[in-house]
Design a protein around this ligand. Sequence first.
Ligand code: HPA
Length: 254
Amino acid sequence: MALVAIIGGSGLTNLKNLEITRREMIRTPYGEPSAPMVFGSLGNQNVVFLPRHGPGHTIPPHEINYRANLWALKEVGVAKVIAVASVGTITDLPPASVLFPDQIIDYTYGRKHTFFGGENRQVRHIDFTHPYCEELRQRLIKAARQANLIVTDHGTYAATQGPRFETAAEIRRLERDGADIVGMTGMPEASLAKELELCYATIAVAVNPAAGKSEREISLKEIEHNLHQGMQNVRTLLEHAIPYVVRDVHTPPE
Ligand code: HPA
């Protein structure tokens, strides 16, 4: 049966309203995913949850085994992936508001970023013009509006290497490049999902003005505060969205 998965990021290592039925560690040809898959039901709908940074938030963005995570999701029958990520804002956006990116610029390096490499494999190139699954994006936007959240319905996500935050000059460059938000985990997660033909969309939660975008330096305290509020918003949004997303998996729109 086709399933919907939620990949939780910082501030969302568990889903409080998920009724857990079982946990399973999936082994993959690429090693182990960040954590055991958590199977359960959210508002009576079956979903799978995977915390991207591990159950205790111990895996930094550049050390996440993105390939194992996506492969494992595919392996257990996932068709749609809702990725949750906290981001710094380059464009002026309210704290704890949600943005649904429609484009990505990848500034990461040295990450294992494809399933199509290595020995004895065919070279393959995927189309990545539209990195996110539009149908899922629209569902999430609709649900966020129904939940009365402050919504930005498009934007460009800059994926940086981390784990440090950027310099003010780096953010100015990202802005010139056309980026609206910046995070450290959006890639290669999105392109690996596309390689596996998973329908993938991101809920980005604004947790701080990016470097140089406010008078102050980036404050972890401020981030934690906005993360807390932002992830509350995401939980509400997921409750609204999941029944529709699950229904779409079973009866895809024409
Ligand atoms: N930069 C990169 N990643 C982030 C930020 C940021 O300012 N905030 C949250 N994740």
